[in-house]
Design a protein. Structure first.
Length: 429
């Protein structure tokens, strides 16, 4: 594995987060255009349609919403993948298409990502600091993402124009929010840029003129993304038992009638292997593997890939299920204790349980302890966990349980908002 990995170009996947209208889709369209992943001809086509609808400025954003062949074959493609490459790195954008139900899809995307790009409109710092941005940052952290690149966006805007002082202010405020959420200062990078006209996304701005400060104060967004891509997966992780959560299921290809995509969390998989699908316990045979759009013989932990499967019925493959090695399948558990950070006050109550791409329901059956900031015991059997507190709670799952292990990251939601997130401490049958 080691030799094979060394030859591979590093790959990195990222999610894009931030408040609606701060320019996420436009910026991603710009990255795809300026790295050559989509052509100016494609953009012009969208521009014509967009102009007819009086929304010319949306042409770049529409690139992100087009129906790819994958989308058409997908049974439930809630996380679209867009690819672009540089000389150094193969990138995948994990995108929650359409913005409807953004958060559950973002959790699914973030659980497959190496890093997050946070887009903040420099002229809308106030909305950038609360609501959606805040929730997305908490979720990115809760899903285990360590590194975050902040695109301080709309550098071109003239109402009002902004410069270095605004950039520094955004940097201060966003750093405060990110470090309070648990990101380390050295894992945060800031890039002033404009998705709309492309300044400092792929192309650096000239060092003279009005925006000269940009060249001296930061890298381009692409350079910052390249710097964040690392390919250091521990050998032990690669040698561990296979574990890959299914992100999406595809049917109906001529040569590959049944395929699943996802990220290999641990272990490795080879063409010819048998795998077990949990929670159903059904086995399947791996007939083909694609990684970075190429057919390969094997893939290892941290890679995003598509597996072509046979010897299994389609109804046994669902998004959120976990592919495991036959020798050590992930156990299906009915309950677990999770150490959470509460975002809202919590009572024993029904919750939606999200584990990466898995959505299920359950109840918070017991509040076990509340903890102080150092993780020391505050109170046993509290009546309520207040917003902002840490606590251990027991969750009982409905629907026969889910494949879960100690250390897995869980997000609890209720009535469409995130109430808590944390790591599994113990599991129960
Ligand atoms: P999203 O909701 O975060 O994905 O935002 P969109 O990409 O859909 O953009 C929202 C609006 O902001 C659209 O009208 C865009 O044309 C506009 N916009 C996006 N990026 C920029 C930018 O860099 N500069 C300016 N001036 N407007 C932008």
């Amino acid at each position: 594995w080691k030799d094979g990995k060394a030859k591979r170009k590093p790959a990195a996947a990222f999610v894009v987060i931030g408040h609606v209208d701060h320019g996420k889709s436009t910026l991603m369209g710009r990255l795809l255009l300026d790295t050559g992943a989509v052509s100016q001809r494609d953009i012009d086509k969208y521009k014509k349609q967009a102009t007819e609808l009086g929304k010319a400025s949306f042409a770049l954003a529409w690139v992100m919403d087009t129906g790819s062949e994958e989308r058409e074959r997908g049974v439930t493609v809630d996380i679209a993948q867009h690819h672009f490459s540089t000389d150094k790195v193969d990138f995948t954008i994990l995108d929650a298409p359409g913005h409807r139900d953004f958060v559950p899809n973002m959790i699914g995307g973030a659980s497959m990502a190496d890093l997050a790009v946070l887009v903040v409109d420099a002229n809308q710092l106030e909305s950038g600091m609360k609501g959606q941005t805040r929730e997305h940052i908490l979720l990115a952290k809760a899903c285990g993402l360590k590194r975050i690149v902040v695109a301080v966006n709309k550098l071109d805007s003239s109402s009002p124009p902004w410069g270095e002082a605004t950039f520094e202010q955004v940097k201060d405020e966003v750093t405060k929010l990110l470090t309070a959420t648990g990101f380390a200062a050295e894992d945060i990078a800031f890039v002033p840029c404009s998705g709309l006209n492309g300044q400092n996304v792929v192309t650096p701005v000239p060092s003279n003129g009005k925006t000269g400060w940009v060249a001296s104060s930061s890298r381009t967004l692409l350079q910052e993304l390249e710097r964040s891509a690392s390919d250091n997966v521990a050998e032990a992780t690669i040698k561990a038992s296979l574990r890959m959560q299914i992100a999406d299921v595809f049917r109906g290809g001529i040569t590959n009638p049944l395929s699943v995509s996802g990220r290999i969390a641990t272990g490795n998989v080879q063409v010819g292997d048998s795998v077990i699908v949990q929670p159903s316990g059904e086995t399947a045979a791996v007939r083909g593997i694609e990684a970075s759009s190429d057919g390969v013989e094997w893939a290892v932990a941290s890679q995003l890939c598509t597996l072509h499967l046979t010897d299994i019925e389609p109804q046994h493959l669902r998004a959120g299920d976990v592919l495991c090695s036959t020798s050590k399948p992930v156990p299906v558990v009915k309950s677990f204790v999770v150490q959470i950070q509460a975002l809202e006050s919590i009572l024993p109550q029904g919750v939606d349980v999200h584990v990466g791409r898995l959505h299920t329901s359950g109840i918070i059956a017991a509040l076990i302890t509340t903890l102080d900031a150092q993780g020391e015991l505050l109170k046993k059997k509290p009546r309520v966990v207040k917003a902002g507190q840490s606590a251990n709670v027991k969750v009982v799952l409905s629907d026969g349980g889910a494949p879960l292990e100690v250390g897995d990251r869980v997000v609890l939601r209720a009535n469409g908002s995130t109430v808590a997130a944390g790591k599994v401490e113990r599991t129960g049958s």
